[in-house]
Design a protein around this ligand. Structure first.
Ligand SMILES: *[C@@H]1O[C@H](CO)[C@@H](O)[C@H](O)[C@H]1NC(C)=O
Ligand SMILES: *[C@@H]1O[C@H](CO)[C@@H](O)[C@H](O)[C@H]1NC(C)=O
Ligand SMILES: *[C@@H]1O[C@H](CO)[C@@H](O)[C@H](O)[C@H]1NC(C)=O
Length: 175
């Protein structure tokens, strides 16, 4: 009897231990990513917000009580794109999303945005409960994970390739 209960205790402890093993998070899912541009009509237009970056991303993990996507949108000019600036995404019930974009490493001229250029997207999710936040980032390139084109008139649109949607972004917890 004693032995049996000891074995049971060991089994229970073993079971508990296996439950506490770090379970990797489900990655974030980008369901939409579009970068579009109205024509650069020269010097006068280069400070106008003619470029748009729009992302729809969701979190399917248990720590989020909704799998509805958040919308992350920013408009910016050809001159001095706001690399590294933090933009808020739309509200979700479980926390706050923010995002930023960065030039590719070794960009020749980061002071001018070329439609269709490579970029890196960075996301942060801060949960409402506790001081927990998550960060994740991914690189994007036309011809790599995106496709699109510019019309003769200079209107451009690039989006994540359909076959790569949803596009997964691994997040890591940060304190
Ligand atoms: C989701 O969780 C947050 C706290 O993390 C809470 O304030 C909110 O009411 C919850 N919403 C729903 C729909 O359960
Ligand atoms: C853009 O990204 C692609 C794919 O990762 C890479 O092959 C290419 O060299 C990059 N171009 C620039 C200008 O960084
Ligand atoms: C995300 O994490 C998974 C599991 O650890 C890994 O297999 C995958 O390569 C990662 N993806 C990226 C883009 O780092």
């Amino acid at each position: 009897m004693l032995i049996a209960s000891r074995i049971l205790t060991i089994l229970l402890l073993a079971g508990k231990a296996s439950l506490t093993v770090a379970v990797p998070f489900q990655p974030w899912e980008i369901s939409r990513l579009v970068v579009s541009a109205l024509p650069d009509r020269g010097t006068g237009s280069r400070d106008e917000p003619l470029n748009t970056l729009a992302v729809e991303i969701r979190d399917v993990n248990d720590y989020a009580n909704s799998t509805d996507p958040t919308q992350c949108i920013t408009r910016f000019s050809y001159y001095s794109p706001p690399y590294g600036e933090l933009f808020d995404c739309t509200e979700v019930p479980y926390g706050k999303w923010a995002f930023a974009f960065f030039p590719p490493e070794g960009d020749r001229d980061p002071s001018y945005w070329s439609p269709g250029q490579n970029f890196t997207l960075w996301f942060r999710l801060m949960l409402t409960t506790g001081d927990v936040s998550f960060d994740g980032q991914a690189d994007f390139s036309v011809g790599g994970n995106m496709r699109g084109l510019c019309s003769a008139g200079g209107i451009c649109s690039f989006a994540i390739k359909e076959e790569m949607t949803p596009f997964y972004v691994n997040q890591t917890e940060s304190m």
